[in-house]
Design a protein around this ligand. Sequence first.
Ligand code: FAD
Ligand code: SF4
Ligand code: SF4
Length: 590
Amino acid sequence: MNAVKSIFSPLRAWKYLVKPPVTLPKRFIFEAPREASDSYRGFHQNDLDACIGCGTCSEICPTAAITLVEVEGIEATEGKTNTRPAFDYGRCSFCGLCVDICASDSLNMSKNYVYISKEADNFYFLPQIAGIHGRVDPLGYHRDEVSELLDLGRRKMNLMDISRKSSFLEIVEGFSKEMAFEEASRCVSCGICTSACPAAMHIPEYITSVWKDDLEGGLRDVYKTNPLGNVCGRICTHKCEEVCALGHRGDPIAIRWLKRYIVDHVEENVYTKVATESVLAPTMGKIAVIGSGPSGLSCAYYLRTLGYDVVVYEKQALPGGVIRYGGPAYRLPEESVIRDISMIEASGVEFKCSVDIGTDITLEQLKNKYDAVFLGIGMSESQTLELPGCNHEAVYYGIPFLAEARDYTRGLREMPEIHESAVVVGTGNVAFDVARTLVRMQEIKYGKSDVHMTTRRKFGTLSADVEEVEEGTEEGIHIHYEVHPRYISSENNRLEGLVVESKPGYEETISVKSIYIAAGQVADYKLLPQTIKNEITPKGKLIVNGRGQVESHPWLFAGGDITKGPDIINGVHTGHVAALGIDEWLRGNK
Ligand SMILES: Cc1cc2nc3c(=O)[nH]c(=O)nc-3n(C[C@H](O)[C@H](O)[C@H](O)COP(=O)(O)OP(=O)(O)OC[C@H]3O[C@@H](n4cnc5c(N)ncnc54)[C@H](O)[C@@H]3O)c2cc1C
Ligand code: SF4
Ligand code: SF4
């Protein structure tokens, strides 16, 4: 019987020719597929505007299915690259790790799981908000708290308690080794930060060296574009942190504090080795640098590494510019400045201090003696403010006051004259330096402080850094918002205070015994002949080309605040650019 059945079996299969199929036709699956579950890992969707092109998704992909590709119409900007992730669905295992780690939250997976094409190339796809079918599909898998792969919280740097206001001790403690390791481990090494750093520092590289405990390597990366690691590790404007990939969903990496950790923990002999190992014998020519601020220091150092003999002329008694005579010691201790400058000295740069170019030596004399001249004189003069009554002897300017304060904290002079109460006109970073220095000096001298600041701006819109405002307020500074200084009031030569207009037609007096003006800085161009002064813009900047050269006087290069900035890292960068420019120009000339 079984044998008969098996003979007729093939014939029975013919009955299926007239039965309806058990599988669904292709068009049904395509047009009305069954809805997937809520967290289904279907094809990707990516908001290309929110995506920053960091490539973190590509780095984590275990099947190497993601490639960052340039996208027409998307420009690289600070904090964003011009690339976006494209997916190879021949490789993708739909694991969702890319979604879990996406820095910007732009990448998700849809519920769509159907795609049919005879063309293999169609499975290599750049998702946008519209997915592979060119439409926005229902949201499928997206990251939740459990699947979060980024460590979004910053390791906090300890700040001295309020007792800080009666001393000039550095107020921010450095990271311990453990804190630095943890903080460095949060970095995804995307390099987005480098695009925002004026000096294009090798940030991911030196952060990696922290968690690898290779501080010598980290310091080497710092020196590639910045010989002021101690200074910048403390008071750099840290623009890099504003764009850090992690900042989109959490705290940006504490890049500045990690740099500080490296420079604070490298042993002295290793430090000197790293700083001087790439210096060449001085056979290439002689260069004069005018001004020893960040731009002059950077230019001088990189010229030495290129084999030039460099002499820096500085009109102050000590080299450093604003980092020596401006930023107060509680933010930037003397030892940090000395360490950076001593390395530049160790590289063979010669410093001639207390020499005022334009008075002691003319620019023409330098031009005749050297192969090229770099000008980095900064904006070291206070902008005057023509307030009626401002000639009173208890009215001071911020910049000379801060210079005296630095000499006081380094033990070179007595405390400058300090009154029991003061108002600072201005609320930028420099004004906060003045006000917080006054708080400290009053506390030391009188055991109490009474410091005010005035601004035309509204609360929350000051140009100073948020930390300055918060810490200054905590130290007891009273900020008067939306007031206009009108005149300085005094009677019988006794200063009564600053009269401000707080509402149209309504004046009030801030009663204080001294007034400090911190309303910006200007350059002193007295050393320049008129032909070079013609190259100065109405805003006071000297016009230079891409290599820092004054084209009408090709032997003259410039950098720092007089060409860009104003901040230290721009000074460092423009000094470096000019060093390379001088080298290029002299080689071309020979
Ligand atoms: C109080 C204060 C606080 C600041 N804090 C910060 C901060 O926290 N972070 C930050 O990034 N930036 C800060 N800045 C800005 C920063 O310091 C400057 O942008 C930077 O120092 C500019 O460097 P530079 O090389 O152009 O010149 P400078 O630092 O201004 O140095 C110029 C040097 O040239 C010398 N010089 C001038 N004329 C002559 C001459 N004729 N002959 C010989 N020498 C001359 C001057 O004496 C000076 O030493 C601060 C600025 C001030 C004023
Ligand atoms: S991780 Fe997110 S932000 Fe970065 S490239 Fe990928 S999709 Fe874009
Ligand atoms: S510091 Fe931030 S932006 Fe820079 S590499 Fe690390 S994660 Fe990326």
